[in-house]
Design a protein around this ligand. Structure first.
Ligand code: APR
Ligand code: PHB
Length: 390
């Protein structure tokens, strides 16, 4: 087979790019290791910055998001048995975020690809990029016991943190930067009315907690837990009791609990690989960078990569201009690092760090007091939360 762009990975990054390119008549084939059901079975975050929402509309995938998603003009930071509202709309001059589950967004992208007759190949095993540094790169994969080959102009590595694309780059051609945090997030999804119509990020000496939602009947809650904990250590009752302890009393009293329909623990990690291009292969999304979920940046950092790549490909195929491709890594990384800084800062501000000294704890407390007493500091938080311009 032959195409213009070969895409590895059918998560939000790969699917969105595939859809945008196809709408512009740029041929592409997407290879996904798993089944569609498996990909759609993963529960991930659900806060989209406005630039991402615009990109979904441009990809003609925004209808359900615009009907079922919720526009949030603010969120709360809870601390010391009280909470302060971060008024995103006022602090950013009118911007907000869209609360819409990543699972739903991925489903919309799959449906759009199907409707357009997009070439999405599931259960593609042993995907391998070849001859990446030549002008004739190609992909191989296994399906039904046979090896197939796709020749293309460019390869996109959108295969997540554990994918093959970043690993195919020789070690001396890539540099990685990493911070692993000494805790994870235990997440619970429940068919209950959310305790608050807007998200609550809670700082507490027992550990961080987050009240989030997928809809007005589906709640998503998290608590910070030690990395040594397992899901079995947290029966539903223990989870709800601990969550309540970490919330202001009025919120805890209003919390409606119910059986968990999903429960999992995710470690927190900051990670960046540089550069995001090797020869004619470009990395996008989690394949190149990971953030802790505190600032809701993960999906949004992927979106800016897709935006830059999409425009770079358009310039190349429509105008014969390669500037966008040449500067992709540099441009994408500049924004990626800002997302990294913000996620690291939000994480540092709100979590309990087991190894912190009393001095560190006072600084953390002061950081929060300063934030909540300064319009300018809150405006900086809000500007980052709704998303810096692409
Ligand atoms: N071959 C083909 N596909 C692969 C391979 C491989 N070797 N390895 C991984 N994949 C697929 C995975 O099965 C997954 O569906 O690539 C996809 C990568 O998707 P994500 O991990 O969702 O990464 P990305 O699309 O960049 O999304 C970034 O969404 O998933 C969240 O935490 C993530 O919020 C971040 C954002
Ligand atoms: C979520 O709803 O899963 C969620 C929301 C905001 C975050 C992280 C996760 O910062």
């Amino acid at each position: 087979m032959k195409t213009q762009v070969g895409i590895i990975g059918g998560g939000p990054s790969g699917l969105l790019l595939s859809q945008l390119l196809d709408l512009q008549g740029i041929g592409n084939i997407l290879l996904e290791k798993h089944t569609r059901e498996y990909v759609l079975g993963r529960i991930r975050a659900g806060v989209l910055e406005h630039g991402f929402a615009d990109l979904m509309r441009e990809a003609q995938c925004g209808d359900r998001m615009d009907t079922e998603g919720e526009i949030h003009g603010g969120f709360y930071i809870a601390h010391d048995d009280t909470r302060d509202r971060i008024n995103l709309k006022r602090l950013t001059g009118g911007n907000s975020v869209m609360v819409y589950g990543q699972t739903e967004l991925t489903r919309d992208l799959y449906e759009a690809r199907e409707k357009m007759g997009g070439k999405v190949i599931h259960e593609a095993r042993h995907v391998m990029p070849h001859d990446i540094t030549t002008n004739a790169p190609y992909l191989t994969y296994n399906t039904g016991g046979k090896t197939k080959r796709i020749d293309c102009d460019y390869i996109i590595g959108a295969d997540g943190f554990h994918g093959i694309s970043r690993k195919s780059i020789p070690a001396n051609k890539i540099r990685t930067f990493e911070r692993v945090y000494p805790f994870g997030w235990l997440g619970v999804l429940s068919n209950t009315k959310p305790v608050s119509p807007e998200l609550i990020y809670a700082k507490h000496e027992r550990g961080f907690a987050l009240c989030s939602l997928r809809s007005q009947t589906l709640s998503r809650y998290y608590i910070q837990v030690p990395l040594t904990d397992t899901v079995d250590d947290w029966p539903d009752d223990a989870f709800w009791a601990e969550l309540k302890r970490r919330l202001p009393k009025d919120v805890a009293d209003a919390l409606i609990t119910g059986p968990s329909i999903e429960k999992s623990i995710a470690p927190l990690r900051s990670f960046v690989a540089e550069p995001m291009r090797y020869g004619n292969m470009f990395l996008a999304g989690d394949a190149a960078h990971i953030v802790p979920p505190t600032g809701a940046r993960g999906l949004n950092s992927a979106a800016s990569d897709v935006y830059y790549l999409y425009h770079a490909m358009l310039d190349h195929y429509k105008n014969g201009d390669d500037t966008g491709l040449e500067t992709y890594s540099q441009k994408a990384l500049a924004r990626v690092w800002k997302g990294q800084r913000f996620s690291w800062w939000m994480t540092t501000l709100l979590h309990s760090f087991p190894d912190n000294s009393p001095f560190d704890n006072r600084l953390q407390q002061t950081d929060l007091e300063y934030l909540l007493s300064s319009e300018k500091a809150m405006a900086s938080l809000a500007e980052n939360y709704v998303g810096l311009p692409f």
